[in-house]
Design a protein around this ligand. Structure first.
Ligand code: CA
Ligand code: CA
Length: 507
């Protein structure tokens, strides 16, 4: 008895005495734009929380200039440092401004950063382990005594002109353009949420409105949303759209339908509407509605949960799904559930969709955390509302194991959302830096991102690259022209929305 008693005492103290478990830090991961901040909170410490930044207190706000790990330690008790009490805050970085001369005198631990100069770059700082940094100067790069690339770092230096994204306003004065795409007529085709479909001449900025759809019910985030053209448009001049209507002219009567219109170029109109699917529950938010047609001539349509959390995991409900249909709206014989349009489930509000590398990539809005990019698989379950982002909480792990949930290939992390929207894939030689990258725009973070996709197309490699941060406000969608120019549309409202043309200037 006595021996047992001696061993019980330390156990008692660790669990209930002055012993403390290490403070846990939330968020568990975070990804921020360069220049913005994130609040880190430590819980489980009875004493004072000391942070690796030198700050104290349960919650601190940090705005790191580069990716960094922040550690919380507790002044009292037996807590020990460990993985559970630190968080890696990744910072999306962009190319440095193209100044005439650049001197890099402090040590660099940036990941995927490029210093550019129109004359020379002089380096004396170290490139830290795990950093990957490039110096690109038009005339010369000078590595002074003391400059060192540490083991495990990646460093490249070369000469060349600054890489610049030249931007031009193609169009202004519009109201919430939602879809922009490059048409086979070399015009930009555009939907606006109030119901208009137009052709925009990218050279002259002339707008030709083809139709104002009479039964579009535009409320909140709902209205006329996604659009795609038939891949063989010359022979099949069909335009497919997804939009909200209302069965009783109220928000609670909002539904979503997918309609095919026929383009008559002679009289510049869209007509002969053919309803492919209708009566999908809609709402003033969470209506999905991005469309893609694959080379096998199947139409994929995203649907949102329309604020009905019971829908995404219910196979008989079309909300919170990605639907797959033939181009006349019929159910393909090889869909996973006989007679059903459902292709994948567990989606919250997916509003970006692109087919590339023989794969379907989808971006989706998270609730308060974890905006996701997912690789869409037949019969895939993406977890919502039971799982946000990765399967990393006890209840999520249980659900994921029981339901074979597929985790995202990229997430904004648990630090917050960026409001992922339009998604596209850059496969053009005009801007080699983006070749093989997903391009993504965000509303809340007002940023264009490029994300390098792995050679097999199955993963995103490295951190996001950020462009045009806060320059044009909220960004809704992307279109890419065959010549490699990229077009973005803004979503700021006030009849002041724009289409911006990006011309990469590469030597
Ligand atoms: Ca688009
Ligand atoms: Ca999670």
């Amino acid at each position: 008895m006595k021996t047992i008693y001696i061993f019980l005492i330390p156990v008692f103290f660790v669990l209930n005495g002055f012993g403390q478990t290490p403070p846990s830090v939330t968020p568990t991961s975070a990804f921020i734009n360069y220049g913005s901040n994130v609040t880190l909170t430590a819980t489980g410490c009875a004493g004072t929380v000391n942070w690796s930044t030198g700050q104290t207190g349960a919650s601190i706000s940090v705005s790191p200039k580069q990716s960094a790990r922040f550690t919380a330690t507790c002044t009292s008790g037996m807590q020990t440092s460990g993985a559970s009490n630190s968080v890696l805050v990744q910072v999306g970085l962009t190319t440095s401004p193209c100044n005439s001369n650049v001197t890099v005198s402090s040590n660099l631990s940036n990941i995927g950063y490029r210093y550019e100069s129109s004359n020379y770059i002089s380096g004396t700082g170290d490139i830290e382990a795990n950093a990957s940094v490039q110096f690109k100067a038009q005339n010369y790069v000078q590595l002074n005594p003391g400059f060192e690339t540490k083991s495990g770092s990646v460093f490249k230096a070369f000469t060349g002109k600054c890489t610049e994204l030249q931007t031009r306003e193609v169009l202004t004065g519009r109201q919430i353009p939602w879809e922009i795409l490059w048409g086979p007529d070399d015009f930009i085709w555009m939907t606006e949420r109030d119901g208009k479909i137009s052709r925009v001449n990218p050279q002259t900025s002339a707008v030709q409105t083809l139709i104002t759809i009479s039964d579009v019910f535009s409320n909140g985030e709902g209205g006329l949303l996604g659009m795609v053209l038939h891949p063989d448009f010359a022979n099949n001049p069909y335009v497919y759209v997804s939009y909200n209507y209302s069965i009783d002219n109220t928000v609670s009567g909002m539904r979503v339908k997918v309609v095919r219109f026929t383009y008559n170029s002679g009289i510049a109109t869209l007509g002969s509407p053919l309803i492919l699917v209708q009566n999908i529950l809609g709402n003033s938010t969470h209506d999905g509605s991005r469309l893609v047609i694959t080379p096998e001539l199947k139409l994929f349509v995203t649907t949102g949960d329309a604020q009905d959390l019971s829908a995404p995991q219910n196979d008989t409900n079309l909300n919170g799904k990605i639907l797959r249909m033939n181009l006349d709206g019929s159910v393909p014989a090889d869909n996973p559930i006989a007679g059903s349009l459902v292709w994948s489930k567990g989606h919250r509000n997916p509003q970006g969709l692109v087919y590339a590398n023989g794969k379907l990539y989808c971006s989706s809005h998270g609730a308060g955390i974890e905006d996701e990019i997912n690789l869409i698989q037949q019969s895939g379950n993406y977890g919502w509302p039971n799982v946000e982002g990765f399967c990393n909480t006890p209840s999520e792990i249980t659900f994921c194991n029981a339901n074979s949930v597929i985790e995202p290939i990229f997430s904004s992390g648990t630090g917050g959302t960026w409001a992922f929207c339009g998604l596209d894939y850059y496969n053009n030689d005009a801007y080699p830096r983006w070749k093989g990258h997903l391009l993504l725009v965000s509303l809340k973070n007002q940023t264009l991102y490029s994300l390098k996709v792995s050679a097999d197309g199955n993963t995103v490699e490295g951190p996001a690259n950020l462009y045009l941060v806060n320059q044009f406000g909220r960004l809704r969608d992307i279109a890419i022209a065959p010549n490699g120019k990229v077009y973005l549309c803004t979503s700021n409202g006030g009849n002041a929305d724009k289409i911006i043309e990006i011309t990469p200037i590469v030597e």
